[in-house]
Ligand binder design. Structure first.
Ligand code: ATP
Ligand code: MG
Length: 230
């Protein structure tokens, strides 16, 4: 079993959005997935309340219960445990990082997010655990050219000495709308840009943690350059 923590000390950076999408991404790739909500706000659990179809198994937890939860998940033959963490509780973050095969640090391209990321990335490095930065809520690129704010953020993030995910997650209304019904943008028609973006991110993270290619996603074929916004 693999364990993936979604972390970040800055509130509202998109941890729950990314954790929910990754958990669904693993489900869509045929992985038996548990989504552990370690945030007392229980936003991840809230997201899936409206989902009619099978999704990840949901567990409300806290940092001190994570070890027992991980052991139980392994005994239950889960393939992957995704942990959504709270923003400010550093001790909870450290507990999730220590138990995880990969910690995803979710950061917006803003000065305050980037400066908070310095501290969070040092937790990952001090604990000597694998980490990956995901840049989220970035403005869209224009004809392949990144807006200066994104370029500057990528330069600043390179100082954290953690790899940066090759897929930048853009600020898109689709990410907000789908969570109302507990769905992933990957479940939208494949021609939407958000669906393609999240498909690429989930495929990358799945390969990162499992090493082997996952089963193909049950989605219609990508229509390529005719992609439009969701
Ligand atoms: N890529 C995105 N595009 C548009 N909106 C987004 C994106 N990612 C997150 N959001 C929105 O930003 C807000 C905060 O997201 P989310 O709750 O996932 O952050 P969080 O880091 O889990 O917050 P908290 O620190 O409170 O747990 C939500 O309204 C969410 O819909
Ligand atoms: Mg959250």
């Amino acid at each position: 079993m693999r364990t993936v923590a979604v972390i970040g000390r800055k509130g509202g950076s998109g941890k729950t959005t990314i954790a929910a999408h990754l958990a669904m991404g693993f489900v869509l790739r045929g992985r038996r997935t548990i989504l552990a909500d370690a945030d007392p706000q229980r936003s991840a659990i809230e997201v899936f309340k409206g989902r009619g179809e099978p999704g990840p198994e949901l567990i409300a937890t806290s940092g001190s219960k994570l070890f027992a939860l991980k052991t139980a998940a392994m005994n239950a033959a889960a393939d992957v445990l995704v942990i959504d963490t709270p923003a400010v509780l550093e001790d909870e973050t450290a507990k999730a990082v220590v138990l995880s095969d990969l910690s995803l640090l979710v950061v917006r391209p803003t000065f305050l997010d980037l400066s908070a990321a310095v501290r969070t990335s040092s937790i990952i490095r001090q604990l000597r655990r694998p980490g990956l930065v995901i840049l989220n809520q970035a403005p869209a690129s224009r004809e392949g050219v990144e807006p200066p704010i994104v370029k500057r953020a990528i330069e600043a993030l390179s100082l954290l000495r953690l790899p940066i995910a090759p897929v930048v997650v853009r600020a898109r209304a689709a990410y907000q709308i789908v969570l109302e019904s507990g769905r992933s943008v990957e479940e939208l028609p494949a021609e939407t840009i958000a669906a393609q973006e999240m498909k690429d991110l989930c495929a990358f993270v799945d390969r990162f943690v499992f090493g082997a290619p996952a089963k193909p996603v049950a989605q219609p074929k990508d229509e390529g350059p005719t992609a439009k916004e969701a």
